[in-house]
Design a protein around this ligand. Structure first.
Ligand code: SAM
Ligand code: SF4
Ligand code: SF4
Length: 317
């Protein structure tokens, strides 16, 4: 049962659903205008006004029209990675000692079909890993996702160490008004420079008329994994509020998790909680999403250790 009404929305639902949708809508509309010449120019100085307006519209869409919109969802298609970062926020190197998980093409399509059927809109759809360029079916996945009419933009996140193959470039080029590549720029880590292929990737993208988003990653936070003890409600709520991953809803191994760190930890058995959406067994995915967003945080957050300790990005083990 939904705790919130239009007049009385709980903090969790307001922040995790309405505010996130408004913020992602603003971000996506900026990307669409700047990269794809779609829509209208949004003045960044008026961001707060837009967010207020979009939040109002989102509340009406949900309560009056029964519309569910997903601000962002990432699909982790592989735990294989070309790097082994000490402080990986997704705990991906921990899979090296276990078995790697690859999402099959069928699973990708079936899961995406279900998510797209449950939601009126997916504002930002992200494909990542590990390193997504290591997945043999990446090009087909991009093509499949970009054809979904209710997905606004498709982002593929790479660590910049691998050159995308012809099939991947062709797939993004085919949808180059919707799909783009995002490189996490680890150039600040001088030891990594010989492994970064930024210039080669940039010239290939130019040749294929593909947009690139590349943000300098200046600092990372040290990764401390999870504690054995759960924290209380107020402590966890405050932790979730300051967490930079709180909007990183992720589908991994057929389950929808609060973030990539929680998804890896639960799959690796580092945290013993079952707070996620089981997409294969969901009888009503739209309702399950609503219940998911109507929480202040998810159980994994009670065990999560966040840090304020800055570290050099992508330090290798
Ligand atoms: C886990 S990565 C997966 C995609 C790809 N392998 C990469 O590194 O870009 C997703 C994003 O999380 C960021 N990230 C990973 N560990 C982090 C940390 N400890 N602190 C801050 N950001 C982190 C990365 O920079 C990247 O942009
Ligand atoms: S941060 Fe990215 S590149 Fe580094 S280990 Fe994690 S997934 Fe791989
Ligand atoms: S488990 Fe919760 S607190 Fe920890 S990184 Fe994920 S969203 Fe943030």
């Amino acid at each position: 049962m939904l705790k919130s009404t239009k007049e009385n929305i709980s903090d969790g639902f307001y922040n995790r659903y309405f505010k996130q949708n408004a913020e992602f809508r603003f971000g996506v509309e900026m990307v669409q205008f700047l990269y794809f010449k779609k829509g209208k120019f949004l003045n960044p100085r008026k961001k707060d006004e837009y967010i207020e307006q979009y939040t109002k519209e989102e509340i009406e869409n949900f309560f009056d029209k029964g519309e569910l919109n997903i601000p962002q969802i990432t699909f982790c298609i592989t735990t294989k990675c070309s790097l082994k970062c000490k402080d990986c926020g997704s705990l991906i190197p921990d899979f090296n000692c276990k078995e790697h998980i690859d999402m099959s093409l069928d699973e990708f399509k079936q899961s995406l079909d279900k998510v797209c059927d449950a939601a009126a809109k997916i504002r930002r759809f992200v494909i990542l890993g590990g390193e997504p360029l290591l997945h043999k079916d990446l090009s087909v996945m991009i093509d499949y996702a970009a054809q979904k009419e209710n997905i606004d933009v498709v982002e593929i996140i790479t660590n910049g160490t691998m050159i995308p193959g012809e099939a991947v470039l062709t797939a993004i080029e085919k949808h180059n008004k919707k799909a783009y590549l995002y490189i996490s720029n680890y150039a600040v880590n001088k030891d990594l420079l010989p492994r970064l292929k930024h210039e080669e990737i940039k010239s290939l993208l130019k040749l294929h008329n593909i947009k690139l988003q590349m943000v300098d990653v200046m600092g990372w936070l040290k990764e401390f994994s999870f504690s054995k003890e759960a924290s209380d409600f107020e402590t966890t709520k405050a932790r979730y509020k300051k967490c930079h991953c709180s909007h990183c809803t992720q589908l991994f191994n057929s389950k929808i998790y609060v973030c990539s760190k929680a998804s890896s930890a639960i799959e690796l058995g580092l945290v013993d909680v079952d707070d996620y959406i089981d997409i294969k067994n969901s009888k009503d995915l739209k309702q399950d999403f609503i219940k998911f967003y109507d929480k202040d945080y998810l159980k994994a957050c009670e065990y999560c250790i966040l840090s304020d300790v800055p570290v050099l990005p992508a330090l290798q083990d």
